[in-house]
Design a protein around this ligand. Sequence first.
Ligand code: F6R
Length: 604
Amino acid sequence: MCGIIGYNGFRDADKVLIKGLKRLEYRGYDSAGICVIDKKLKIYKDTGEISKLEKNIPSFKGDIGIGHTRWATHGAVNKINAHPQLSDDKKIAVIHNGIIENFKILKEDLKNKGIKFKSQTDTEVIANLIKYNYKGNLENAVYSSIKKIKGSYAIAAVCEDEPDKIVGARNESPLIIGVGDNENFLASDITAILKFTNRVIYLNDGEMCVIAKDEVTVFDEKKKKLDRQEQMINWNFKDAEKSGFPHFMLKEIYDQPDTINQVLRGRVSEINRNIEFNENVEDLLKNGVDSINIVACGTSYYSGLVAKYHIEQFTKTPVIVEFSSEYRYFGTKNKNSLVIGITQSGETADTLGALREAKKSGCRTLVVTNVTGSTATRISDAYILTQSGPEIGVAATKTFTAQILVLFLIALKIGVNKNEIGPGELYKHILDLKELSRIVREVLENSNKILDIAYLLKNAKSIFYIGRGVNYPLALEGALKLKEISYIHAEGFAAGELKHGPFALLTKITPVIAIVTKDSTYDKMITSIGEVKARGPQVISIADEDDIEIEKYADFVIRFPSNTRHLSFIPIIVILQLIAYHVADMKHCSIDKPRNLAKSVTVE
Ligand code: F6R
């Protein structure tokens, strides 16, 4: 959603803020703005991308300021509603990520006190509330104001009369402090400050902070000073660069051989012939896992569906996968169940809500996430990091691969714990896993054919993806990737379901992508392809290198290396990601920042 950055140090604040905003643009980007203190509050904001803001911005003098990229929740996308928002006396500026639920009541109240409003945003209400409570000390005014606010927020505020500090506060929206030497930062996201520091302090819900040049102070919800240790982030600034690729998404697809190694490192031991997690995770996976609920959204939800096949197959444990937004309010919370939350960002509001509900009901919770220190890691009993480095492209690619691989390891581990997988079988899996990175590298090196297929698909109005078993959620994810970045309508179906309705939509001009693997689903997939062909569409099949037969049924075949056994889901997803990427690229779409989408959805 929205991105926040604050800077207080010795550099030109405007330059630091713009650099940070460029890194945050993937969180939301319908408008952006900065405020620098140069005796007075100097503000510049505009609609559109940060590059536009950067081109037109006057040069501000000042070494303290705040900046924001907006993804509209309250009020239309225009300059007036962009952040920072000012108090009516123009002395206090605020940036905000989240939703203030009682903003209408607060606004009416402030209007009755004579305060004038210019925008439709809930953020302007916060700025004026702070002004109303201001009696010469900004942190006291912010403290009194957040006590009146209901909802989710990460805010940063500056005041013309106290030009030496930024005050931040958070509730259910991410906010971190970046610690430097004679400079300090505030940000919604590590990537915004990674160029300057990798020392961070995480704020918890209800906490506040004051960012001075040479000191940061954290307060709890009663305004008592806290002693907070900084943590080192092992992400590298270079990881957040395009490294010569035209888009972050393509770079992140090509990162995947390394991503796989990162996921396996320290967890898959050929010497011990074992899968190893840290103690907290091992305990959760050992003790009476009778049933599992998986909660997640979007692509992470499809990871959950992939995992369901593996966990049920290897462990005979029933798995229910639910959208976080549904589980949160309706799902059955059985306290003997292990609840696994999957979230790349670790900040998705719906998934955090679902995990909190699960905890409240006494369930044990495990999180699979990519972000160290994210809220999800702090509200769950244990977490596993996908260790993929920052993912900047809005469409998840390498983190999806990392999630399904981590979940595959979880499935193996529970299978071993329940004696459903013996040592011999586990060792075979371990040897297969060790080959995976090489297999994906091979797929990437031989991906030229995908360009031809993308050319064939780029003018389609609608595309179907079909698969059976674990290939069904891959079909769903392949279709989601395509629609997100190319804006072509695409749907994933369980191949056996086509005849129960979707066939009505099939015409000669509806290409069908069929995922075919040489396992128990093979013959049925061939039947489904036959049924599709009989209705006229062209069929593009993703199939095993050794599968000679498939040429008889499909019009085009994209191959993945043979002998991948249980792991074919990994090369297949890489192929599906490349199809989506190349189609979108040929259509000149905004691949890294698709319209109306944000990387991290921190509001409900
Ligand atoms: C799609 C995509 C989204 C996210 C979803 C959940 O490419 O990235 O569907 O998967 O918004 O986000 P996380 O995983 O951060 O909870």
